[in-house]
Design a protein around this ligand. Structure first.
Ligand SMILES: [Cu+2]
Length: 545
């Protein structure tokens, strides 16, 4: 945490030189803030007294079956009660269908179904929607170039051919994604296929009851309980962290459960915070099964006790509560880990501004009261309901066909800092530049290198799902979880659209640029730390015919 603060303050100091002003640099007044208990502190289990917001048939996160159902989707500023029932400014997508209204609806669609929606921009600034993980034409994808002005609308109309799985949608407005997504513009896009239906039948899972989408987000609030998004220059560089952790917009959430199997579709919808997911009863780590990642179900369930979930990623898990007793309490937690932020960065900062690595600010606390990499609770599960008949875990879930990489072109992608900006192959985002120029119907193997003096970057590809082939030079905490061959961790398995690359690490991935769309397609490849994205850690990725 102290390293994070060091870089933040250093960036703030540099910004002073650039005339941007100094903000959020720890003085003595904030020195004890991180140690003091505060309302809704997720570290304290006794705070978990709010019933989890469960997706219902309408309202916030209402599940809306959109297979062949054209919609109008209004993006607008509203209020939403998040902390203690107090209204907070909130940005939301609203729609109505068959007499019901929805805020940030969870779209559900059959694989092969048509999705049609007109986005109406009711905000006072540009916006656009990205359908995260979907394989759709570039002009449907929410490229920042397609951002629409206030009052304008954008028509989406595409066929969803993705595998069944947990996708999501969120704003992708040019330079406004972090602020708008943090403000609320995000929800789930669930695709259902035969494998999903088979699993649901085998385990008697029902969406909104025993199959629960869980979006995890850390936020900050002011004394009036209103959402606050005011990143200082340092936070723009490192990412904006909150100190209150919401699951489905519920702070300190609990859920009464029956002792049975649950499917939790975990989405990291945070701007910058990484979670290390675990289930704990007291001090005991309980095993759970990872059954899906970004692009749907894995071939089989993979038992784990902990797994990383970076911004943008999804982890579909089965948690078997059938051996728990009435009254038992289990916490879904984020475990402690080394955030590896700006490891060795002091040299860079020092040489940039003449500061020594010994600066007193190194010891100040962050402006978040919840330090990055700290252990804290996400969701409390309490066994209060009667047990249904037990169901055996299916041995097989789906089929993952490996991408054929024979003859694949190699591409090297370096992420690093230069001139106090995060860069991809030395580039910052330019609408009219195409640093990644690929050819339709070809397969490529990418080597993603993160610099040694860096921080973890969750790299996200639009338009195509890829497969992670290997991890090399991983930090010890990743190596320790690398039980799936070639250094891969469980979050790497199956089909992926977002992969976390740690400092010093090389991640190899395979991508097949086959598509059925007419003409050249220009997507983006970017970091899903949203402050990094808005700081132009993004490049165009053109797939030529
Ligand atoms: Cu990044």
């Amino acid at each position: 945490m102290e390293r994070r603060k060091f870089l933040q303050c250093s960036a703030s100091l540099l910004a002073v030189g650039a005339g941007l002003g100094l903000a959020g640099c720890g003085g003595s007044s904030t020195a004890d803030a991180a140690l003091k208990p505060y309302a809704n502190d997720p570290v304290r289990p006794e705070n978990f007294t709010n019933p989890l917001l469960i997706p219902g048939a309408e309202g916030p996160f209402g599940v809306l079956n959109v297979t062949d159902t054209p919609l109008t989707l209004n993006a607008r500023a509203a209020t939403f009660p998040i902390l203690g029932g107090r209204a907070s400014p909130f940005l939301q997508y609203e729609t109505s269908y068959a007499g019901k209204t929805y805020q940030n609806p969870i779209f559900k669609i059959r694989r092969g179904g048509r999705f049609a929606a007109a986005l109406q921009n009711g905000l006072n600034e540009p916006t656009i929607i990205h359908w995260h993980g979907l394989h759709i034409p570039a002009n449907m994808d929410g490229h920042p170039v397609d951002s629409i002005a206030p009052g304008a609308s954008y028509s989406y109309d595409f066929t969803v051919n993705n595998r069944g799985g947990t996708y999501w949608y969120h704003t992708h407005a040019n330079h406004l994604t972090a602020k708008q997504a943090y403000g609320g513009l995000a929800s789930f896009f669930i695709v259902e296929d035969d494998d999903d239906l088979r699993l649901a039948k085998a385990l008697d899972l029902k969406l909104g009851e025993t199959d629960l989408p869980l979006v995890i987000q850390d936020k900050r609030f002011n004394a009036a309980g209103e959402l606050v998004y005011q990143p200082d220059p340092g936070e723009k560089m490192m990412g904006y962290l909150g100190d209150i952790v919401l699951v489905n917009l519920t702070p300190n959430a609990y859920l009464d459960i029956a002792p049975r199997i649950f499917r939790f579709r975990c989405l990291n919808g945070s701007n910058a915070r990484i979670y290390k997911l675990a289930f704990m009863r007291g001090k005991e780590l309980l095993a759970y099964q990872v059954i899906g990642t970004d692009g749907g179900l894995l071939d089989r369930p993979y038992p784990v006790k902990e797994a990383f979930l970076a911004p943008g990623e999804r982890l579909d898990v089965l948690f078997d509560a059938s051996r728990l007793r009435q009254g038992d309490t289990v916490f879904l937690k984020s475990l402690a880990f080394d955030t590896m932020e700006n490891d060795g960065m002091m040299a860079i900062i020092g040489s940039s501004n003449g500061m020594s690595g010994n600066n007193s600010m190194d010891r100040s606390h962050g402006s978040t009261r919840l330090d990055d990499g700290l252990e804290f609770n996400l969701l409390k599960l309490v066994v209060t309901k009667p047990a249904p008949a037990p169901r055996p875990l299916p041995a097989q879930l789906s089929q993952i066909l490996p991408i054929d990489i024979k003859g694949a072109a190699q591409r090297s992608v370096q992420v690093e800092m230069g001139h106090m900006r995060w860069l991809i192959n030395g580039e910052s985002f330019r609408m009219d530049a195409f640093p990644i120029d690929a050819k339709r119907s070809t397969t490529e193997v990418w080597e993603l290198h993160n610099a040694k003096q860096s921080m973890p970057h969750p790299m996200h590809m639009h338009g195509f799902q890829f497969q992670v082939l290997s991890r090399q030079n991983s930090p010890k905490q990743i190596e320790a979880l690398g039980v799936h061959g070639s250094g891969r961790i469980v979050s790497d398995l199956g089909w992926k659209d977002t992969v976390l690359v740690w400092p010093g690490e090389t991640v190899r991935l395979a991508v097949d640029f086959s598509h059925e769309f007419a003409g050249d397609q220009t997507y983006v490849f970017h970091c899903h730390n949203l402050e990094h994205e808005d700081g132009d850690m993004m490049v165009n990725m053109r797939v030529r015919t």
